[in-house]
Design a protein around this ligand. Sequence first.
Ligand code: MTE
Length: 308
Amino acid sequence: MVYRFKSDLKYSDVTPKSVWMNRRHLMACGAAAFSVAGVSGVGVAAVRNQRYSTDEELTSLDDILTYNNFYEFGNSKGDPSQHADALTTSPWDIKVDGLVNKPGTYSFDDIVRGVNMEERIYRLRCVEAWSMVIPWIGFQLSEFLTRVEPQSGARYVAFETLYRPEEMPAQRTRMLDWPYREGLRLDEAMHPLTILATGLYGESMPNQNGAPIRLVVPWKYGFKSIKSIVRISLVADIPETTWNMQAPREYGFYSNVNPNRSHPRWSQASERRVGGGIFAKRIPTRMFNGYESEVSGLYADMDLMANY
Ligand code: MTE
């Protein structure tokens, strides 16, 4: 699927030509691809949401595609781009269960039909202290949650990634307790910044970035933004999450970006923008990754040093 843009801004306006001309998985027609129906014949219109987009320089598509964390395919940054081609992403279903009035199995096509698809240029800050600026295509998770109707007892949302060791080689090992799991408080999940992303740089989500559908929560460390989601559960109690189970002292349930709270093994006060080269200056990390004015209200009564 290639996304059509209703606005007249093209990537050629914001991205160096050398980057978009080299897009390996793009049809051979360069920028024109943004205004035509996609390879699958399903053109989806996406409009840039300026209010929720940064104007910082985009990370190159090449870096976004080759510098990944997707442990199901291995634990070095280049593993996902090498191995994720094996992942079958169609057909794709998400099972919705727990405290909802409309549980069931929803197909990818059903989930995206009629949603308000937007482009959002967000900062992504990894807990490892590197960062990127990524033009996602997606829609607010709140749209989908509203559709499945959470019940009054639902306070958290739990997410699960696909478990398919035949296609995800590291799932044959015990590197993590598979499947990868994440969770949000329901009000965090309903926040307008929280999106389900189905693409980036104007195209369908590359496998290594979490095809066909992943979470993006820009004010939290990147590991909260779970990839290749197959299950969404509305639950009453705080759910188990992969990194929190693995090392609770290092990775809290909230994991909001916080430059004042060091990781036990390194500082979180600054970050390295991927693509800047080895001599590039580190940049200061901002509270809530720069989304403080939008999200600080969610944590008004909380001690953020204790609830990390
Ligand atoms: N989701 C799954 N299922 N498995 C993972 O290993 N890694 C997380 C997150 N989502 C991960 C995941 C981490 S640590 C980060 S920083 C981001 O994905 C990286 O997203 P990107 O590769 O698209 O930049």
